[in-house]
Write a protein that binds this ligand. Structure first.
Ligand SMILES: Nc1nc2c(ncn2[C@@H]2O[C@H](COP(=O)(O)OP(=O)(O)OP(=O)(O)O)[C@@H](O)[C@H]2O)c(=O)[nH]1
Ligand SMILES: [Mg+2]
Length: 263
């Protein structure tokens, strides 16, 4: 017994040390992304809502998803490309439950910080669960507890495949802003709508420019802008200059300005 206890204490200590290290690495990663102005989108939601399934579907990654509570214990990050926004970091997180115990809150600090500092939360809901409203409330309560209630969010009403009277769609408020997307992560229905809603919600600070590019720079600059999917219109002028109309998020433009590679 004594030996067991000692071994367990050692193990707890080593896990706590690792958690501390993960939290620190996350902190550094977030700071770097913030400097580069890469937006972060965090998946949150009640356990078993389908966050990891959606994460895999969006990123084409292969994250462990299972029909069990707390399938996800460690937050996972992937880079995705959102139209009109560009590089975006997507975070899968641990599922929330009613009355999240406080020591658990401490253990999942790395995930929770990701949530607090996200630019947008995707609140994934199992719409086929008859208690989905209570689950939404429970998640909102946890978001308040971890001081993430002010982060903008978009509801993802998942598992429409299991509902007869619902189909994939975007729900908008009076001003036309997307507030909820109905989809099926498992069957891949409505994923395009989610990207559209993400693009609208993240890309509100778009800037447009007309650039007149001298012949010597056209190759390099055209391919740089082409890769960013931001060219709206292009036209050669008689003197050999290229006129480019580009549109991109303000943050992306600031990043380019800092790099000075395409100016
Ligand atoms: N019918 C249906 N089932 C789904 C859908 N998306 C996910 N599921 C199922 O729901 C269960 C939970 O999925 P996960 O993706 O692991 O859920 P999670 O929210 O990541 O769960 P935790 O990590 O435990 O919080 C799995 O059995 C999935 O196959 C969907 O669109 N339709
Ligand atoms: Mg999961």
């Amino acid at each position: 017994m004594e030996t067991d206890r000692r071994l367990l204490r050692e193990r707890v200590k080593s896990i706590l040390r690792r958690l501390e290290k993960v939290a620190k690495q996350r902190e550094q990663g977030r700071r770097a992304r913030h400097r580069a102005e890469v937006p972060t989108v965090s998946l949150v939601g009640y356990t078993n809502a389908g966050k990891s399934t959606l994460f895999n579907r969006i990123t084409e990654a292969d994250v462990y998803a299972a029909d069990q509570l707390f399938a996800t214990l460690d937050p996972t990050l992937r880079r995705i490309d959102v139209p009109d926004v560009g590089a975006t970091v997507l975070a899968d997180t641990v599922g929330f439950i009613r009355h999240l115990p406080h020591d658990l809150v401490a253990a999942f600090k790395a995930t929770l910080q990701e949530t607090q500092e996200a630019d947008l939360l995707l609140h994934v809901v199992d719409a086929s669960d008859e208690r989905f409203r209570e689950n939404i409330d429970a998640v909102n309560t946890v978001l308040e507890e971890i001081e993430a209630a002010d982060v903008p969010f978009l509801l993802v009403m998942n598992k429409v495949d299991a509902l007869e009277d619902q189909s994939p769609r975007i729900e908008r408020d009076d001003e036309g802003v997307p507030r909820a997307v109905w989809l099926s992560a498992r069957d891949g229905l409505g994923i395009d709508l989610l990207f559209q809603a993400l693009s609208e919600r993240l890309g509100d600070n778009m800037v447009s420019f007309r650039l007149r590019i001298p012949p010597a720079c056209i190759g390099r600059m055209h391919s740089a802008f082409y890769r960013m999917h931001c060219i709206q219109h292009e036209e050669f002028q008689e003197d050999g200059h290229l006129l480019l109309d580009v549109r991109m998020p303000e943050s992306e433009w600031h990043r380019l300005e800092k790099r000075k590679t395409v100016r």
